[in-house]
Ligand binder design. Structure first.
Ligand SMILES: C[S@@+](CC[C@H](N)C(=O)[O-])C[C@H]1O[C@@H](n2cnc3c(N)ncnc32)[C@H](O)[C@@H]1O
Length: 277
């Protein structure tokens, strides 16, 4: 029987990600990524998140990425003048790819192989905690997740999330009726992910079983705020940041939200002191 405790879920997800890791560091796409990472100004970040980050005045500040995978986005922060310092991911298979990309980029990153719910004590604190597409849905416990994010920020530090919109999670592009909702927005039981995890829209066969959650936007924002982070901005977008098979939901007259960005800030000590007067 499946172990659907938090620890059981994160262990299953770790196995699923590690099993698919070899599929991601092969072929022309990977070799081009390594070559591009060595070039000045390397970035895989799209114009929307680049402009958002650029406007936050984080130049020269330190960053950690949570669920950094191969760290291509963490490394990309350098092109915006932000200092990529640490990447956290529990899949060591992907951190070995991250080490290759960091070396190509000439960056000395601290790559921390750990479950976000069970971090080593010495991780430290950063000016920016960065979370990008495909991380929140693997998290079995959002309130605990955001408490960890809070602990990773210095006072005044910013959290930036750029993620898939949960409304998009209601649709299955492989369904014969892909525009009819296939899943409830309010489904709390995770979906079993049984195929190998890749982003190219191709079938790579079976993988290890992992667990994928639909977290409603209200739950995400509430968990963030209840962890003690102040909401600065929440934006919803009609553009896709997902795999190519989701392109059928973009550029439509009756557009569903496909992605969102969220900026939150850890209160400065002075604000806490003032508030407690
Ligand atoms: C979809 S990938 C992120 C991809 C990245 N945004 C990109 O576009 O390159 C999600 C990552 O979250 C990591 N992850 C999932 N659950 C985790 C956990 N409990 N602790 C740490 N990392 C986790 C996975 O190992 C995986 O590398």
């Amino acid at each position: 029987m499946a172990d659907l405790t938090r620890t059981g879920i994160t262990a299953a997800n770790r196995a699923a990600w590690n099993a698919s890791a070899p599929l991601h560091a092969t072929g022309a796409h990977w070799h081009q990524l390594v070559a591009r990472a060595a070039l000045p100004g390397f970035s895989v970040l799209d114009p929307v998140i680049s402009a958002l980050l650029d406007g936050l005045g984080l130049q020269g500040k330190t960053a950690v990425q949570i669920g950094c995978n191969n760290a291509r986005e963490l490394i990309s922060l350098a092109a915006l003048g932000i200092r990529p310092v640490a990447g956290i991911d529990q899949a060591g298979g992907f951190l070995s790819h991250a080490a290759v990309l960091a070396q190509a980029a000439g960056l000395d990153l601290r790559l921390i192989e750990a479950d976000i719910y069970d971090l080593p004590a010495d991780v430290g604190q950063f000016d920016l905690a960065f979370i990008t597409i495909g991380v929140l849905n693997w998290m079995p416990d959002l309130p605990a997740f955001f408490r960890v994010v809070h602990s990773l920020l210095v006072p005044g530090g910013r959290l930036v999330i750029y993620e898939t919109h949960p409304v998009l999670e209601m649709f299955d592009p492989k369904s014969p009726t892909p525009h009819v909702p296939a899943f409830s927005y309010f489904q709390t039981r995770p979906q079993d992910v049984t195929e190998a995890i890749t982003y190219d829209g191709q079938d790579h066969g079976a993988g290890e079983r992992g667990y994928w959650f639909i977290h409603p936007l209200g739950n995400i924002v509430s968990a963030c705020v209840q962890a003690g982070l102040g909401l600065v901005e929440l934006k919803e977008y009609g553009h896709t940041i997902r795999e190519p098979e989701y392109d059928i939901y973009a550029d439509r007259a009756a557009q569903i939200p496909m992605s969102f960005s969220l900026v939150a800030q850890k209160p400065r000590a002075a604000v806490i002191a003032a508030a407690s007067l």
